[in-house]
Design a protein around this ligand. Sequence first.
Ligand code: GLC
Ligand code: MG
Length: 252
Amino acid sequence: MTPFVFVSDLDHTFVNHDVEEDRQRWELQEKLDAHRQKYGTKIVYATGRSPQLYQELAVEKQLISPDALVLSVGTEIYMQGSDTPDTEWVNLLAQNWQRETVVKTAAKFPELKAQPDSEQRQFKVSFWLEEEYSEKILPEIESELRKYALNIKLIYSSGIDLDIVPANSDKGQAMHFLRQRWEFAAAQTVACGDSGNDIALFATGESRGIIVGNARPELIQWHHQNPNPNRYLAQNICAGGILEGLNHFGFL
Ligand code: GLC
Ligand code: MG
């Protein structure tokens, strides 16, 4: 068996919020932890959550401790046990990022409702945007922000969440950064997800991808439009789909 880098989104991917006791997640956690101890596999959670909301979930669901955490939709990386964001990553994102300009520009759009303060981060400005407005509004916000030649990217997920982040940060670029730091090949890296902010995890070609069976339409649609044999669409939902995919690729 060879070690691999396991990267997973949390909400509705690793964690099923619709069941009381998620046996498949416990099975997955045990298998991953055993693989880590025996072969040196790395476990990474990649979530849109801030440190505060991540902590709440980690305690509530008793998540196994990861080797690195990718929080705030890829804009913050924490190496194991550290509560300060990785400075190398911070310095990369800080180039040409002007948070104040993003906030001021977004204020021109009444359709955008600010998310709670805990979710507003150094490199992430987040709103709720109703799906019915999104098709019209997203290109308008983007072109408004482009006027300032800012290094930005819009990530829209689950028909409601809008994150505005530096162009060189998303879950996929954070995964790439960790993979290089740990010196793992792309083919020994697997990412799992269910929604729009996970698309970046699957967009890197060579690494393996698992889309869980309960994935959101935005991700399924993207998957069909961008076919890739390194990506597996599972039948089972959440952790069950992850186990199915890990077996499919022969990681477990
Ligand atoms: C999490 C975050 C939220 C973000 C969303 C999508 O729910 O708390 O701020 O918009 O993920 O990335
Ligand atoms: Mg999710």
